[in-house]
Design a protein around this ligand. Structure first.
Ligand code: SF4
Ligand code: F3S
Ligand code: FES
Length: 257
């Protein structure tokens, strides 16, 4: 592919409002959308705000929407986009705009802080922990998360419903709760924490398994199938399985003073 001139429509503005601006920018072979944004800054719009760090799909900073789809600017090749149509670049829709393509994603950090951390087992010291390889593999899939928040941006529960943010932590953080609930060494129970209650309190019931979060995850994490659905099953087991219910009652009766 040789170089060509492409049309772009880039959202410019701030918290008071803004709109799409048209630009024509040179595109060269092998370039990604972030290269074009940088060329735009260098040649036509030096004050265009964009957040990025690694240009390698690992820092999660360059999240935006390309033709309306949540994507990483640095991992979207120009060659996958239709040359005949203008490429629209807009900020993440679920979060407040700071300026141009930069949004305020502090909602995500607030939710992260609300989730109680891993509780190490009292009976073994760091270095003595042992767990099955399949449990390690399960956690490691979730640990690939780069915190780009594309899943948070795309989930319909909050995408157009600011009012749901209070009660819904979003797929990234429900996945974190799932990871902790599945962790064989997490001593949350003895520490008085209940991961499944935390899941309910953070809006697991709002997720209706549309899987949009999984579709946009740049790390290919199977958020819905491997975290959210199993977590729902665990919560349902606790709440509705008569044997589990009876067991918990008996435990409560026998431990009563
Ligand atoms: Fe991004 Fe995937 Fe992590 Fe969501 S789970 S924040 S889409 S890497
Ligand atoms: Fe939202 Fe993902 Fe559930 S997109 S509805 S959290 S499956
Ligand atoms: Fe780091 Fe794109 S710049 S993920």
């Amino acid at each position: 592919m040789s170089g060509y001139e492409a049309r772009f429509r880039v959202w410019r503005g701030d918290e008071r409002g803004g709109g799409l601006r048209d630009f024509t920018v040179e595109v060269n072979e092998g370039e990604v959308v972030l290269d074009i944004v940088h060329r735009l800054q260098a040649t036509q719009a030096p004050d265009l705000a964009v957040r990025w760090n690694c240009k390698a799909g690992k820092c999660g900073s360059c999240s935006a929407e390309i033709n309306g789809r949540p994507r990483l600017l640095c991992m979207t090749r120009m060659s996958v986009l239709d040359r005949a149509r203008p490429v629209t670049i807009t900020p993440l829709r679920a979060f407040p705009v700071i300026r141009d393509l930069v949004t305020d994603v502090s909602f995500n950090y607030e939710k992260a802080r609300e989730i109680p951390a891993f509780v190490p087992p009292a009976e073994s010291a760091p270095g003595e922990y042992r767990m099955l390889q399949q449990d390690v593999d399960r956690s490691q899939e979730f640990r690939k998360c780069i915190e780009c928040f594309l899943c948070q941006d795309t989930c319909h529960v909050v995408r157009d419903h600011e009012e749901n943010k209070r009660a819904f932590a979003g797929p990234r953080f429900l996945m974190r709760i799932a990871e902790l609930d599945m962790h064989p060494l997490d001593a949350a129970g003895p520490a008085g924490l209940d991961r499944r209650r935390t899941a309910r309190e953070h809006g697991l019931g709002h997720c209706n398994i549309t899987k949009c979060c999984t579709e946009v995850c740049p790390e290919g994490i199977r958020i819905t199938d491997n975290a959210l659905i199993p977590l729902k099953e665990r919560v349902a087991d606790r709440a509705y399985d008569p044997v589990v219910w009876l067991g918990s009652k008996i435990r409560r009766w026998t431990s009563a003073p």
